[in-house]
Design a protein. Structure first.
Length: 261
């Protein structure tokens, strides 16, 4: 197991591209930040000179694990990172989770699966006339809607949203009613293959009108027209029915495991 740098980029990209949707976070942040150790770090596990596993550390938030086989060296690195860093989650798809087996249990609370789903357009038709791509002037409205919708999370930072939109790191769509944004959805971690859909939220008095469906459909269609597929995660049966109706198909389970601290 070793820390990876620019000299390892080609083999890292080839390894991750075998399952590009599984590795959306790892590829998207490699595109965005490269091997900037203050933001993120990639560690590679090798067998007979071939890359067989990657651990990706993103800020103090999370580590992501993708492996085609599990060696003792990878488990040792998980243990070291767990002891040395304050990350909150271990992110992993079901195939790697299955390979890790009991090795992962000392580090996580109850396993927390969600459904990872990928978009391909179908014949589902919905009016998206009132949906538009939002520029940075809408940052305060976006922050307001997200803060109300995701009460369990920290309040959204207006400046961070504005900077993300201006840099292209985050793209936001919204449903505009009487000149005001009432529903938002974003995509981040954009790669040549896909982008992650996040922050789907609607003001309370505008809910149950189909606005979120329209916003996600428009956003997903625009991504697909650009040669990329939307990827989203859900664990709510009602959300599953809506997303799958518009063309999202389950790909695998994705575990967002809270760590034991």
């Amino acid at each position: 197991m070793k820390k990876l740098n620019q000299d390892n980029e080609a083999e890292l990209r080839a390894f991750l591209a075998v399952e590009p949707h599984y590795n959306l976070f790892l590829i998207g942040d490699l595109d965005a930040f490269g091997f900037d150790d203050t933001i993120q770090t990639y560690y590679g596990d090798y067998k007979d000179g071939e890359l067989v596993g990657v651990i990706f550390r993103f800020r103090d938030d999370s580590i992501h694990i993708y492996a085609t086989e599990i060696q003792e060296s990878l488990i040792v690195m998980i243990d070291k990172l767990f002891k040395d860093l304050p990350f909150k989650r271990i992110m992993v798809t079901k195939p790697t989770m299955d390979l890790l087996g009991d090795h992962i249990l000392p580090y996580i609370q109850e396993p927390r699966p969600t459904t990872m789903s990928v978009y391909t357009p179908n014949d589902f038709d919905v009016d998206t006339y009132s949906v538009q791509r939002l520029d940075a002037t809408f940052a305060a409205q976006i922050a307001h809607i997200e803060t109300l919708a995701f009460a369990s999370e920290e309040s959204r930072d207006v400046d961070r949203i504005r900077t993300g939109i201006e840099s292209g790191e985050r793209v936001v769509y919204g449903f505009v009613e009487d000149g005001n944004v009432v529903t938002v959805a974003s995509y981040v971690a954009q790669t040549e293959f896909s982008a992650m859909i996040v922050g789907v939220a609607t003001l309370e008095d505008a809910r149950k009108k189909g606005y979120a469906t329209q916003v996600v459909k428009k956003l997903s269609d625009d991504l697909y027209a650009a040669g990329k597929q939307g990827v989203l995660f859900y664990d709510n049966p009602n959300a599953a029915r809506i997303y799958e109706k518009m063309g999202y198909a389950p790909l695998t389970q994705y575990f967002m495991n809270d760590v034991k601290r």
